[in-house]
Write a protein that binds this ligand. Sequence first.
Ligand code: FES
Ligand SMILES: [Fe+2]
Length: 347
Amino acid sequence: MNSPIAFQILNLPAHCSFHEADWFLLAKYWYPIARSVDVDEQPVKATLLDEALVMYRINQELVIAKDACPHRGVPLTLGKHDGEGVVCPYHGLRFGEHGHCNRIPSSPNQAIPSKLNLTTFPSVERYGLIWTCLLPQGDTDVPSMPLWDETDVQHVICPAVDIAAFAGRQVEGFLDVAHFAWVHSGTFADAGNQLVNDYHPTETTYGFAADYWSTVGNYPASEHYKGTPDFKWLRHFELHVPFTATLTIHFRHGGKMVIMNAACPVSARQTRLFAPLVKNFDLEDDEQAIIDYNLKIFEEDRMVVESQKPERLPLDLSLEAHIPADRSSVMFRRCLKKAGFGDFFLV
Ligand code: FES
Ligand SMILES: [Fe+2]
């Protein structure tokens, strides 16, 4: 009989770019792999932690499975849904509910062995995203997002953004408050407003939280909600180990906007960023305009994050220099280290 460890080692993806111990730890967390609106009956591909996945819907069920036909290993994302399941293009085996094989065209009268069923993973749809976990530990553990479930709010789910960089670097950039004036002066920040006020992240059960007060604002809002020149904006960050963060921006008169930065680690060097957004003001704002504005911000960040060296996020704090504005990124690295992560990268 296989021990759990032997079973897990057999399941390490081929060409895995992560250090083995880090991969097994990363695989226990939940990540978004697609927007719900982007997956219907036909098979859709995603990659999580170097594992190629296929997603398809059948009846009311969403199936997530390894993108490999159990017969001869052809990706099912090359196949087509015929109404009763996804048909593999090589010999026509069909996979339906629960990823079970329901047809062998060359032997239609033969009983179908369970060995022909797909290797499936659990799925949860939250914040307009499809979440999964490669090594589930029992409970569904999708990070929480403030404001999402309240009434009288506007939801926007930005299209995914592909970034040729490590998820840890991308998330650290989302938590960084000193780069606003330098990287985002084309969107929400003011190039002349460079000072970072003191702030103090506090550890939580899920990672850490930080409240950052500043006069950096200017996110488009109607007159009633937007700031005056001396208005202090509160940015409340919550980091969920390893790669999901939420930012709640407090506008005037109780206006709030929350953006989730949910980084899907496609591989050690590739990240797919998902960003659902919710706000409780100006509910009639044009959705496409909100998406365009946020994609512009992500593009400003992408160019920086893709340029960083080393590509991995050094958890040993002595390996990079830190300035007082980096309290959140230092805390982020401490949280990842405390959770047991190492160098992440294989090489
Ligand atoms: S490889 Fe898929 S049916 Fe043979
Ligand atoms: Fe940024």
